[in-house]
Ligand binder design. Structure first.
Ligand code: ZN
Length: 167
């Protein structure tokens, strides 16, 4: 099966964050050359996301994105790839793309969690690579509603999200 991981190249910072927020793997290095990003996409069997007109080859998979909002760019990807199947919010660090791990509540002091957050009993997530801590909040729900309303994501995404928050 083909992998559905991404490597973004060029001015796609907001799209990269959106993909990671949904749990999709997207590597990104803003200072990287196009040539290097193409090589890395081939090596890692990832799909290159770019604003430039790059032709795909037998080994290179490419999606050329419009110079538009990150929602429009996301829509183009979701028209080509069944995004919901790979969707898993709070599984990936927005900063470095690493997999997040849940933190047990009794570890909240060790991870320097603000009291206002630990009091609310929210599920916490930690990145072992860059040490960033995340907590479950309403911003994911808002973003999902927006994507569903714009018919970019199907309703299944919200059901998956609700199941995950409950568990
Ligand atoms: Zn990280």
């Amino acid at each position: 099966m083909l992998s559905n991981t991404f490597i973004a190249e060029g001015k796609l910072k907001r799209l990269v964050k959106l993909l990671r927020m949904l749990g999709l793997s997207c590597e990104y290095d803003g200072g990287e050359s196009l040539q290097h990003a193409m090589q890395r996409a081939i090596l890692k069997d990832s799909i290159l996301l770019t604003l430039k007109p790059i032709l795909p080859t037998r080994r290179l998979r490419v999606i050329q994105l419009p110079e538009s909002s990150h929602f429009n760019q996301f829509e183009k990807i979701s028209n080509l790839i069944p995004i919901t199947e790979f969707y898993n919010p709070f599984s990936r660090c927005l900063i470095c793309n690493s997999i997040l791990r849940g933190i047990k509540e009794d570890n909240s002091i060790k991870f320097n969690i603000p009291e206002s957050v630990s009091e609310r009993g929210l599920q916490l997530f930690h990145c072992n690579t860059c040490e960033k801590v995340y907590w479950e909040g309403s911003h994911i729900q808002k973003m999902l509603s927006r994507l569903i309303k714009a018919r970019i994501l199907d309703k299944k995404a919200n059901i998956l999200y609700e199941n995950q928050v409950d568990s």
